[in-house]
Design a protein around this ligand. Structure first.
Ligand SMILES: [Zn+2]
Length: 246
């Protein structure tokens, strides 16, 4: 059942009209869908930062354990050297052990210093985490609010949207896929979502450039599908009333 060009154009016009109504419905939702998406991205960003801080804290804690273990080791050595010192046979041995003891005392001081520094870093990271967490809590509140608003708007128009989508799909199956694809492509590129337009007052209804009289006659003939040479939109017909008014 091959449609005539006139029938195809009629179907495309119908498709356009439904799609324009769908566009209007979605426009009612305004910037809300974008706002919700932005807030969702922001929350994910916060979560990523918190995750990064937590991993950094884990690394710092490993370092901290290392310093504490090092200190314990030095304390053990000190105890050992002190025992040895009791049993030295001469001054030379005593001095050698005293040097070792001094070295281990320094090790302990160094470990204590690094422990303090690392604990300070961990404390700062935890502060950063709670800052980010409270900022995130605020954003989550905003997000919840916006989601609710959007849900209400969507619920209001959902029924209409469903009906329109059903008739849109039905209309689309009546024309060959190639043509529907072309229609979708033109619509996707058009800022106003118009892929099929009428010639009005001698001009393309999409880009308002003049359509020459001979071309207008061809469009009215509906022997083939003609597109605007300026914007590529499909020119379905010439608005007769407008012509008469001229
Ligand atoms: Zn045009």
């Amino acid at each position: 059942m091959e449609l005539t060009v006139a029938q195809k154009l009629e179907t495309l016009l119908k498709l356009q009209s439904i799609d324009s109504q769908l566009d209007e419905l979605r426009k009612l939702r305004g910037d809300l869908p974008d706002e919700v998406r932005d807030l969702e991205d922001e929350v994910i960003g916060f979560e990523t930062r918190i995750g990064k801080f937590k991993r950094e804290i884990e690394t710092l804690e490993v370092e901290l354990n290392g310093y504490r273990a090092g200190k314990k080791e030095a304390e053990k050595l000190i105890q050992k050297y002190k025992d040895q010192q009791m049993n030295v046979r001469n001054n030379r041995e005593y001095d050698a052990i005293a040097k070792e003891l001094e070295l281990q005392e320094l090790e302990i001081q160094l470990a204590d210093k690094r422990t303090r520094e690392t604990e300070f870093k961990i404390k700062n990271k935890n502060t950063e985490i709670s800052d980010v967490e409270s900022a995130m809590a605020n954003r989550k509140k905003d997000l919840e609010q916006k989601r609710k608003e959007l849900d209400v708007l969507v619920a209001e128009s959902q029924e209409d949207e469903k009906k329109l989508t059903v008739s849109r799909d039905k209309a689309a199956t009546n024309v060959e896929e190639r043509l529907v694809n072309a229609y979708n492509r033109i619509r996707g590129n058009a800022e106003n979502g118009l892929a099929v337009v009428m010639v009005k007052r001698g001009a393309c209804g999409g880009c308002f450039n003049i359509v020459p009289p001979q071309r207008q006659a061809d469009i009215k003939d509906k022997k083939k599908i003609i597109v605007c040479e300026h914007c590529g939109r499909i020119l379905a017909d010439v608005d007769a009333i407008e012509i008469v008014r001229r």
